[in-house]
Ligand binder design. Structure first.
Ligand SMILES: *[C@@H]1O[C@H](CO)[C@@H](O)[C@H](O)[C@H]1NC(C)=O
Length: 192
């Protein structure tokens, strides 16, 4: 059980955040214009991320990171699963997979994400979405500790520099990166 939890925790973006503390709270950005669950469903490649150390401690070994979003069978309330998958350190490394539950979709594109029944759920929302690109922002604030992750996602393993800059500009425009975390591009070369 302990090992299973550790493995799962590796790909959990936001964590209990014992590594950092800050007075910052989670941001409250609007969801993407024109968001529908149908447009967000399916496989996304992680192009890069800005992630606080509390999460990065677990996820830092990840390469070839993908998220596969699927509606829960039969659900009419937007409940979905997000299968987070990556490889440890190298494209040939072990899979580090974790399935997140997306629940409580109060407006389309704004869920809670939980990985375990007993851990705090993250606020999870899609703040940009078009046919090829998306930005996902998730955040947990527990007392004075805030951890967040800004994921740049695409339908293809790589994108143009212009598209990457466009996504960065959207994220920066919303001032989501409150702790000024450096952008980290995700290795996708040689994965597929
Ligand atoms: C991890 O997830 C990927 C992508 O969904 C899948 O291809 C792979 O079989 C999974 N591996 C394990 C060990 O669960």
């Amino acid at each position: 059980m302990r090992v299973a939890i550790l493995v799962q925790a590796l790909t959990v973006c936001v964590s209990q955040g014992f590594l950092i503390s800050t007075a910052e709270q989670c941001m409250d950005p609007p969801v993407a214009a024109g968001f529908t669950n149908e447009r967000y469903n399916g496989l996304w490649y992680e192009i890069g991320k800005m992630q606080t150390p509390g999460g990065a401690a677990f996820e830092k070994d990840c390469v070839c990171t993908t998220i596969d979003v699927q509606p829960v069978k039969g659900a009419t309330n937007g409940d979905s699963t997000a299968i987070n998958s990556c490889r440890k350190l190298a494209p040939t490394g072990d899979f580090l997979n974790a399935t997140g539950s997306l629940t409580n979709e109060n407006v389309p594109g704004h869920w809670k994400e939980g990985f375990f029944p007993f851990t705090p759920k993250a606020d999870y929302r899609i703040i940009y979405l078009d046919d090829n690109l998306a930005i996902e922002y998730d955040c947990t604030s527990v007392l004075w500790i805030t951890n967040y992750c800004i994921h740049l996602l695409a339908r293809t393993p790589t994108i143009s520099d212009a598209d990457e800059k466009k996504l960065m500009d959207v994220a920066n425009g919303l001032k989501l990166n409150t702790q000024n975390i450096a952008y980290q591009r995700t290795l996708q070369a040689g994965c597929w």
